[in-house]
Design a protein around this ligand. Structure first.
Ligand SMILES: Nc1ncnc2c1ncn2[C@@H]1O[C@H](COP(=O)(O)OP(=O)(O)OP(=O)(O)O)[C@@H](O)[C@H]1O
Length: 246
């Protein structure tokens, strides 16, 4: 492992997030290296999506700090964080309607990634190829089905040239064959040295890629470590898997 890969890509300390009286993140401490793929599981409402939103700057934390690549980005805008290499996909894909698939991805490369035109063009094409969407370049984004919308969401995120990619439930509703394709794509991203955080309820897909698993419950991290060990942790069995710790 190179020295750069072994360094933390992101470190979060004492992160709290409240929406009015509702405490959604309740003291999150988290750090990961650039060569890791971390899965996040947890019951509905645990705060997983909110965690990603706070990491990318879509919501300011109520308190706590976020350090990206050795710099404090807690008060840095979402667009600037994106240019520094952190990007997320959304649980519900949000393509720009009225634009083609290619235009959607090109806008991400140019605006999100800050690439000049020719480079943005190449990045957009590379992302579309990687996500198996090249043949759909000229389709209007709003005419895509759910699976292709999810692929487009991933292609747009990749076009920004992320160092850390945050995925929010991109596996839901896929057939086994489609899920295998998705796993192959994520493995290719790891070969390209992109660090991954992936929230997913379909745990068996997640475990094919994640080398570390985090379980959240009620705004806290209740387990963090080797996936097999985390899945057997009594607190995880009780909070997430619906079983008894006995
Ligand atoms: N913008 C918001 N304003 C108010 N409450 C919010 C907001 N976003 C999320 N919440 C609340 O925060 C809590 C955590 O939501 P979040 O979506 O982060 O959980 P989650 O673990 O991702 O759940 P799921 O697995 O169902 O996606 C929920 O009670 C949700 O209603």
């Amino acid at each position: 492992m190179s020295e750069a890969k072994g360094k933390p890509i992101i470190t979060v300390s004492g992160l709290h997030k409240r929406f009015r009286a509702l405490v959604v993140l309740d003291g999150i401490d988290f750090s990961m290296r650039a060569d890791e793929a971390v899965g996040i599981v947890g019951p509905n409402g645990a705060g997983k999506t909110t965690f990603l939103s706070v990491l990318v700057g879509a919501h300011p934390p109520t308190s706590g700090t976020i350090d990206l690549l050795g710099e404090d980005v807690t008060h840095v805008s979402a667009s600037e964080r994106c240019r520094r290499g952190i990007v997320r996909t959304h649980q519900i894909p949000r393509p720009f309607g009225g634009m083609t698939v290619f235009e959607n991805v090109f806008v991400a490369a140019a605006n999100g990634g800050g690439f000049p035109r020719d480079e943005g063009y190449e990045r957009a094409l590379d992302s579309l190829r990687l996500c198996g969407m090249f043949h759909l370049c000229n389709r209007r984004a709003e005419t895509l089905g759910l699976l292709d919308r999810k692929r487009l969401e991933l292609a747009r995120a990749l076009a920004t040239n992320p160092k850390l990619l945050l995925l929010d439930e991109i596996g839901g509703g896929l057939t086994d064959g489609e899920a295998n394709e998705l796993v192959a794509t994520i493995r290719e991203l790891r070969r390209r040295d992109i660090a991954i955080v992936w929230i997913e309820h379909i745990v068996h897909i997640l475990l094919e890629v994640a080398d570390r698993l985090v379980c959240m419950d009620q705004g806290r991290i209740i387990a963090d470590g080797d996936p097999a060990t985390v899945m057997k942790t009594p607190a995880v069995v009780e909070a997430y898997l619906g079983g008894s710790a006995e």
